[in-house]
Design a protein around this ligand. Structure first.
Ligand SMILES: Cc1cc2nc3c(=O)[nH]c(=O)nc-3n(C[C@H](O)[C@H](O)[C@H](O)COP(=O)(O)OP(=O)(O)OC[C@H]3O[C@@H](n4cnc5c(N)ncnc54)[C@H](O)[C@@H]3O)c2cc1C
Length: 320
């Protein structure tokens, strides 16, 4: 008997009508994830939902749990490798509806999870507050930065965040998602691992900054931006650093020492400018990036003895 070798057609998962009726934000069916990621890579998400309010977030959490719909969270998509086969279910994108910044007394700042980190860095510097200058070149939003414990130039989110607000589906018995505020020592951060535990959606955070000199902070920001433009391949789509720095060394240095700069797989290339960046030179697929990541890891292991771990997060339909 002849085998039918055509690929099975992917079916888009259905959304309950009640969700579509009550949701106040933006709904995009079959969302092209290349438009929502800085690598410009990835297949379609069944549904991309951009909430307009905290109530929308609660509604999505409750609906996904009740109907068993897979739920994936994203911010600005600057640390993500989305599968070429896309993402099943709902992608919940925390965006511009959550971009409020409030200046509180004594150097405290409350910001929504959708605020761009670079904008928050500049706005606080302009206000004469110091402590967030390091964040000016990080293209993600505050929610992603809380999840990743984003950091640079010796600074990190863990050093400035004092309180965070989440939505979570914790009460399965009552079939309810709830809002919760976590502060102080209960906010646990690690290296590139933030204070958002699995299943929680970060909605906002309060940061403690110190009084400073606006002109000096803004000058530091300009210098950092110039340094990044000199050392990083910002002219190409990427997801920033692909590998975590292993204890005692730097991933970029190891990749360069192992001679991996310029290595290619399809449209993906290890940047000649920065060893820890894999750039999309045009039409790169997630498979190209994965193949290159594996080649680099093998080469670095053989030549330096270091086993590199990825910092970028894989989302969507991967076979294992
Ligand atoms: C050119 C370039 C330079 C970079 N430089 C740096 C750097 O210096 N330092 C650094 O740390 N990073 C850097 N990055 C990586 C990236 O910008 C950060 O990790 C950023 O914090 C990710 O934010 P995002 O909004 O893009 O999150 P996404 O990439 O969309 O998501 C990252 C993770 O966070 C989760 N997430 C996102 N939003 C929420 C939310 N509201 N609630 C719960 N979970 C959420 C997602 O599920 C995902 O697992 C760089 C990236 C690029 C492209």
């Amino acid at each position: 008997m002849r085998q039918n070798k055509t690929k099975p057609v992917k079916r888009i998962c259905a959304l309950p009508k009640a969700l579509l009726a009550a949701f106040g934000g933006v709904v995009v069916p079959m969302a092209d994830m290349r438009q929502y990621t800085s690598w410009r890579i990835g297949g379609a998400a069944d549904w991309l939902l951009e909430p307009a309010s905290e109530q929308d977030v609660l509604l999505v959490l409750e609906t996904a749990a009740r109907y068993g719909i897979p739920l994936t969270l994203i911010g600005r998509g600057t640390n993500l490798l989305v599968s070429d086969d896309g993402i099943e279910g709902i992608v919940l994108r925390i965006g511009s509806a959550f971009d409020k910044i409030e200046f509180l007394p004594e150097g405290r700042v409350r910001a929504g999870a959708g605020v761009l980190l670079a904008a928050l860095s500049r706005r606080t510097a302009e206000r004469g507050l110091t402590g967030l200058e390091w964040a000016c070149g990080i293209p993600g939003n505050l929610g992603g930065a809380l999840f990743m414990n984003a950091g640079a130039y010796g600074g990190s989110m863990s050093a400035v965040v004092t309180e965070a607000r989440f939505a979570a589906y914790t009460d399965a018995k009552a079939k309810k998602a709830v809002l919760e505020t976590v502060s102080g020592e209960r906010l646990r951060f690690g290296y590139r691992s933030g204070c958002v535990s699995e299943g929680r959606v970060a909605l906002a955070a309060t940061l403690q900054l110190a009084p400073g000199d606006a002109a000096a902070s803004l000058a530091q920001i300009e210098q950092t931006i110039a340094e990044r433009a000199k050392n990083q391949p910002l002219e190409y789509p990427s997801a920033g650093s692909v590998f975590r720095n292993p204890d005692g060394s730097h991933a970029g240095y190891l990749v360069e020492t192992a001679g991996c700069k310029g290595m290619r797989c399809g449209g993906a290339e290890v940047s000649a400018k920065h060893g820890n960046f894999i750039i999309n030179t045009g039409g790169a697929r997630a498979q190209d990036v994965l193949c290159l990541i594996e080649q680099v890891r093998q080469t670095v292991l053989i030549k330096t003895g270091y086993k590199l771990e990825t910092e970028v997060r894989l989302l969507g339909r991967y076979s294992d």
